[in-house]
Design a protein around this ligand. Structure first.
Ligand code: SAM
Ligand code: SF4
Ligand code: SF4
Length: 395
């Protein structure tokens, strides 16, 4: 049964409809995974902050995704189905959230140990009040090599017309906007709060006008739901934006436990490339950075590029250099993790120094051996335990 927590303070959800009484989708009730976490030891030794950490499989630490809120104004069926995340669902109370100072402090330690890129995410990150202030604080940080961090944000785009300019002025460099269809009926069925396509497109325009270019647009493809939108999306972004927008298609993933994921809902990227390539011929291009999740393709006629993220059919664990920090400061080493490491405990109860936090991070990262997608592809059941939800640890 779904475990219900007491009601808490909530924000940014005034437009949510009441819990559905009638719809019964193939949705699995949530189990409370958020409180499962290991308490990191305060180390007696320090670890040199030289950016050279490597995990048990030799993978460096380069990319940190920070969830700044577990709340969202959408109810995408593949991420936060309304049947589970309804008005009775208890989101985290304000006191559980990491403050901007706590986030920045942890980010500084991560940067000193190798992180070069930070992605703010959620939930819907733009719901977090004064997000531009956090962006400004993170923009001041430097990596172990002394260079500014690559600072970016993933958003559903709903608030960008209001917030893109302030975010860019605060130091945001790039942005990714999620959009699953151009057809309003399909998009609204997927976001499940009747949010119109036109408002997301206006958000993309606002981001471009603010100088956040190129904008990446993420489309999660679910076979039988929005795969008919692949070509219209490709055509729209080619014809209206050329190279200023890079459309990326994401295979529908078995993240969390609530979306009723099935393999036959996954449209393999190979098939997607064939579908687009038969209309607009495509050529492969090489990756720009190590650990890049998207495989890149360019239109042969010069109409820009697209990307495919094949997390299900072509696992890329071998190069995975990503860590995730949840809204309340738990560190997850894999998108499909079943528990995190409570770094907030180090900040608040253990009052650890930056060096001690760095030492604890080094202890955790050097033992990392996660490779969920590879194991799934190899037909090995990667875990029998329940996985944590994506909106909580950040996409
Ligand atoms: N709310 C923001 C958004 O939608 O862009 C940021 C958080 S969302 C969890 C981050 C990304 O994860 C989005 O691009 C979303 O489409 C993607 N996502 C969520 N659930 C997914 C799933 N089951 N499979 C593949 N991608 C998913
Ligand atoms: Fe919200 Fe993003 Fe999840 Fe959709 S994918 S429910 S917009 S967090
Ligand atoms: Fe990284 Fe885990 Fe995804 Fe593999 S399954 S690429 S280890 S997040």
């Amino acid at each position: 049964m779904a475990k219900r927590m007491p009601h808490n303070v909530r924000m940014g959800e005034a437009s949510l409809p009441p819990p559905s009484q009638t719809r019964k989708a193939s949705v699995i009730p949530i189990a409370e995974q958020r409180h499962r976490a290991l308490l990191p030891r305060v180390p007696t030794h320090t670890h040199p902050a030289n950016g050279l950490l490597a995990d048990a499989l030799g993978r460096p630490l380069r990319d940190l995704r920070i969830s700044v809120t577990d709340r969202c104004n959408f109810r995408c069926s593949y991420c936060m189905p309304k049947e589970v995340f309804d008005r009775d669902y208890a989101f985290l109370p304000q006191t559980s959230l990491l403050s901007f100072e706590e986030i920045t402090r942890l980010a500084r330690v991560f940067a000193s140990h190798g992180v070069k890129k930070i992605r703010l995410t959620g939930g819907e990150p733009t719901l977090r009040k004064h997000l531009d202030v956090l962006v400004g604080m993170l923009a001041e940080l430097r990596g172990a090599d002394g260079e500014p961090l690559d600072l970016t944000l993933t958003t559903n785009g709903s608030l960008l017309t209001k917030k893109a300019k302030a975010l860019a002025e605060a130091g945001l460099k790039r942005i990714t906007v999620s959009l699953d269809a151009l057809d309003d009926a399909i998009f609204q069925r997927m976001n499940d709060v009747e949010f119109p396509v036109a408002d997301v497109l206006a958000g993309i325009d606002a981001a471009l006008a603010a100088g956040l270019s190129p904008v990446k647009v993420n489309m999660v493809v679910k076979r039988g739901t929005n795969d008919g939108e692949i070509l219209p999306m490709a055509r729209w972004f080619r014809e209206h934006y050329g190279g200023a927008v890079v459309l990326r298609f994401i295979e529908y993933m078995d993240v969390g436990e609530t979306n009723g994921w099935r393999m036959d809902h996954v449209l393999p990227s190979r098939e997607l490339i064939e579908r687009i390539g038969s209309v607009y011929p495509l050529q492969p291009i090489s990756a720009q950075t190590d650990g890049e999740t998207a495989e890149r393709w360019r239109y042969a006629d010069g109409g820009g590029e697209i990307g495919v993220i094949s997390s299900v059919t072509q696992a890329f664990c071998r190069d995975c250099n990503r860590a995730r920090l949840s809204t309340e400061g738990k560190l997850y080493l894999c998108l499909f993790a079943t528990q995190g490491h409570d770094l907030r405990h180090l900040l608040r109860e253990a009052t650890a120094s930056d060096e001690q936090i760095g030492g604890a991070l080094a202890d955790i990262w050097t033992q990392r051996s996660d490779r969920y997608s590879e194991l799934r592809s190899a037909g090995v059941a990667p875990t029998a335990e329940r996985k944590v939800e994506m909106h909580y640890i950040g996409g």
